[in-house]
Design a protein around this ligand. Structure first.
Ligand code: ATP
Ligand code: MG
Length: 241
């Protein structure tokens, strides 16, 4: 399903063979990630309890107290990362209700309105005229669009255009999120859904792993096409029935 735009062809993960390789790979990394996360939890809990006890034993002006704070802060950080990792490895519990998809997308855009304007990002909405009410978990689908849109915004540090198009194709509601950002090098395309793959200095690399888990648990699909230095399109399809 690699599309084309002008003379450049988008490099993408989308055709059937690549898609099944990707699903197997994700299922594998997901299982490994979940078992490692699980194994880390117990010893980490012991470190955390021990650090809390040391904190009680030393007064705040002790030379050791700042080291103890470092241990506590970092165990909290590791605990947060492990929880996020487990969230993307196991399918989330869904609270499925009928929701207006265009309403969810509008909410996501509203929540990042200020970064869109400070980064000079123009938004084009091409919404399907037909009703867009489908059964989804609102909070999780909100997270899907937010993560993908934030990635697009982060890919356009010098401004650009974010185009969000929706359509109904057969039994699927399709959302295309397209940016004119830095694009993804061909060799990275297969890695972007892996937990902890990030090319950003402050990135955790869990955004798209979480997105993938949520989309699949809704019976949907996600694919990506990109041209390095030109832009990227993420296509999310969710079943309408
Ligand atoms: N729209 C995009 N344009 C260019 N590269 C992208 C885009 N979306 C994702 N990527 C690439 O995929 C990588 C993984 O994305 P992902 O959202 O999982 O993690 P992240 O954004 O780096 O960190 P975070 O956990 O904070 O979301 C990014 O670091 C980036 O290299
Ligand atoms: Mg991200």
């Amino acid at each position: 399903m690699s599309g084309s735009r002008g003379e450049d062809s988008y490099k993408g993960v989308g055709n059937q063979v690549k898609e099944s390789v990707l699903s197997e790979r994700l299922a594998f990394t997901g299982r490994i990630a979940a078992s490692i996360a699980h194994e880390i939890r117990n010893p980490l809990g012991n470190v955390s309890i021990a650090a809390q006890q040391l904190k009680k034993a030393y007064s705040e002006d002790s030379p050791w107290s700042k080291h103890i704070e470092v241990i506590i802060r970092n165990t909290e950080r590791i605990n947060f990362l492990i929880t996020e990792l487990l969230n993307c490895a196991r399918p989330p519990e869904l609270n499925i209700r009928p929701h207006d998809m265009h309403g969810i997308i509008e909410n996501v855009l509203d929540s990042i309105r200020s970064s869109l304007s400070t980064q000079w990002i123009k938004v084009i909405k091409k919404f399907d005229a037909k009703p867009s009410i489908i059964n989804v978990d609102r909070e999780h689908i909100n997270r899907v669009f937010l993560n993908v849109v934030i990635n697009s915004v982060e890919a356009m540090p010098k401004g650009g255009t974010l185009t969000i198009s929706t359509s109904i194709e057969g039994d699927f509601f399709m959302v295309k999120i397209q940016d004119t950002g830095v694009g993804i090098p061909e060799e990275d395309i297969i890695k972007i859904f892996d937990p902890f793959f990030s090319t950003k200095s402050m990135g955790v690399g869990l955004g798209l792993s979480i997105v993938y888990g949520i989309v699949v648990s809704h019976g949907g699909k996600i694919s990506v096409e990109s041209i390095w230095k030109r832009g990227t399109i993420f296509t999310i399809s969710l079943p309408t029935k």
